[in-house]
Design a protein around this ligand. Structure first.
Ligand SMILES: [Zn+2]
Ligand SMILES: [Zn+2]
Length: 310
């Protein structure tokens, strides 16, 4: 089973607290680390969660608010000190790339790392990374400044060979790949052996969507329709609901409405306002609408291969 794992490094909002770090998370996809947002302390949190900085290959920035970006100079500085020499691609808007480039060139000039910027559109709707096993695409969010979410989707996987049956029917090694891709086996005497006799079902391809920061909007639900896992910001509870829309944020209940409208399997809420010492009321409010909700927390590690709660 190929690894597809989510690590929460930070799930607080803009004002710092003693309980939460700003937004940052890392997907471990087939042992490559993809960071989504890079709030302050990202490099420290990588250490705490025992995620190897040298495995970091892509950083996706949702928008230009400090609680999602200010960790980048510190992280790059740490990568320089560790003499990491791979390639890291930062996916961000043009203005941010220009500003970050100046900062990094000023403070992190002894870089062994090949740090590149990939300019993405604030309108979303792009595939920004296309790897053999998965893609990362963007979709528009509705915040006070241009903002996008990220959708990581595994590509369909190959079927599993039933070794005993393949051997019994004399399938040669060179034909195995075609079997994994779903082909029948045509024996030298012309007999057709159906694929279903020789293989078992492929593992399910899993998808994960990240929505932070955004006001409640049905277009977000359409963008993430049918994903397995949805991370959605839940800055406020019902008590502070009037603050949410004017500030371009959502309540926990609204995050759950998006999850329900989109028909996702599991919802993770985060990006909590500093006004809360305890997020369990937010969890209760979300679960009234969408029961399969969990709270993000620093250090939370989830195996995304298993979205089903059945
Ligand atoms: Zn934020
Ligand atoms: Zn923001």
């Amino acid at each position: 089973m190929e690894r597809f794992e989510l690590n929460i490094l930070g799930c607080g909002s803009a004002t710092c607290t003693r309980r939460h770090m700003p937004s940052c998370q890392v997907l471990n996809v087939r042992d490559r680390l993809l960071m989504i947002d890079c709030g302050e302390g990202a490099q420290l949190q990588l250490r705490r969660l025992r995620l190897k900085p040298s495995r970091l290959s892509h950083i996706f920035l949702s928008h230009m608010h400090g609680d999602h970006v200010f960790g980048l100079p510190g992280l790059v500085s740490t990568l320089a000190l560790l003499h990491c020499d791979g390639t890291v691609v930062v996916h961000t808007f043009a203005e941010a790339a220009a500003a970050l480039r100046v900062f990094i060139d000023t403070f992190c000039y002894r870089l062994d790392l090949n740090l590149r910027f990939n300019i993405i559109s604030p309108e979303g709707g792009e595939t920004v990374l296309d790897e053999p096993g998965y893609t990362v695409s963007t979709f528009k969010l509705y915040h006070r400044v241009p903002c996008v979410g990220f959708l990581v989707r595994e590509k369909p996987k190959l079927r599993h060979i039933n070794g005993e049956m393949a051997c019994f029917h004399g399938v040669p090694t060179y034909a195995m790949q075609a079997l994994r891709e779903g082909a029948d086996w045509v024996a030298p005497d012309g007999r057709v052996i159906p694929n279903g006799w020789l293989t078992t079902d492929a593992d399910a391809a899993v998808s994960y969507a990240y929505c932070s920061d955004t006001a409640y909007d049905r277009r977000v639900a359409r963008a993430v329709e049918g994903v397995d896992w949805l991370y959605h910001e839940a800055t406020y509870g019902d008590d502070a609901a009037p603050k949410a829309a004017p500030r371009g944020h959502s309540t926990a209940r609204q995050a759950a409405m998006v999850a329900r409208e989109a028909g996702v399997k599991r919802l993770i809420i985060g990006h909590y306002s500093s006004q809360y010492d305890d997020e369990t009321p937010l969890l209760a409010q979300a679960r009234e609408v969408f029961p399969d909700t969990i709270l993000a927390n620093e250090g939370l590690r989830l195996n995304l291969q298993y979205p089903s709660t059945e």
